[in-house]
Design a binder for this molecule. Structure first.
Ligand code: OAD
Length: 240
């Protein structure tokens, strides 16, 4: 049987399907990935832009970078891969979607409850009163200030060196600990803790498939690696 047929069959028979997505999921929507050709970390150092230290040093620079990304995301629409995941959610009762992406495209496609491990680019958080609000202004005034207390706002994103929200972490790990089939889509698998979810699924005996045009550190350890784009492969996995 071809690998794609094996994965389709496993997905159709899954009692609990856990899906992890990364930046590659949105590549076909025109949102740049972080690593690889054209990736954001090719031209920028993460330490200069995506750490609390970078923000305290130069909030204006960090906001300009986020404003550039918000502008790109505002122009992006969900692709066939995002829509296929909505179709899977509608067909399979035990479906969980965990994403490292902050672009909100899963929800825009119609996924009802994606667990956003790294936050959301359309949310801002006050550095003084900690209030979290949605803010869709593009461009955003730089630097933006809190409507309630006037202090500086920051993106509601998990930066390097920061902890993930405890509830989000628990939901992500529970989805992979109790799944019988897992799909790892469009992630280079180098950022923790998301990078450990594929291994967790393997340890609990789940069938794990990876969807990525390139091999990753996880490729050797998965049951099947489907080398290809999310927007082309995922629609083929939706049971008829
Ligand atoms: P990366 O940019 O590290 O990896 C993107 C992956 O997507 C690569 O393995 C590509 O081969 C793959 N890819 C590219 N095009 C694809 C396509 N059309 N279909 C499927 N896969 C494709 O992105 P992440 O692994 O998501 O963190 O990065 C993890 C975290 O590192 C991000 O959430 C971000 C970053 O620093 C924060 O911002 C906190």
């Amino acid at each position: 049987m071809a690998d794609i047929d094996t994965v389709r069959e496993r997905v159709a028979g899954a009692k609990r399907l856990a899906v992890l997505t990364g930046a590659g999921m949105s590549a076909e929507s025109g949102v740049p990935t972080f690593r690889g050709p054209g990736g954001l970390w090719r031209n920028h150092r993460a330490e200069d832009l995506a750490t609390p230290e970078a923000f305290s040093r130069d909030p204006k620079l960090v906001w300009e970078w986020y404003d550039m990304r918000r502008t790109k995301v505002a122009q992006a629409a969900p692709n066939a891969g995002h829509h296929a995941l909505v179709a899977l959610e509608n067909r399979l009762p035990g479906f969980s979607l965990i994403t490292q992406n902050v672009d909100g495209l899963h929800r825009l496609a119609g996924s009802t409850d994606p667990v956003e491990m790294h936050g959301n680019i359309w949310k801002v958080r006050c550095t003084a009163c900690n209030g979290i609000t949605e803010d869709r202004r593009v461009p955003i005034p730089i630097p933006p200030s809190c409507n309630v207390c006037g202090a500086l706002l920051r993106p509601h994103i998990v930066w390097f060196g920061e902890s993930l929200d405890a509830d989000v972490l628990e939901r992500a790990f529970a989805a992979f600990e109790y799944c019988d089939v897992a799909l790892i889509v469009g992630t280079s698998g180098v950022v923790q803790p998301a990078a450990s979810l594929a291994g967790l699924a393997r340890r609990v005996g789940a069938f794990v498939a990876e969807i990525n045009p390139e091999p990753t550190p996880a490729t050797e350890a998965v049951d099947v690696a489907l080398l290809g784009k999310a927007g082309e492969i995922l629609p083929q996995l939706v049971p008829g």
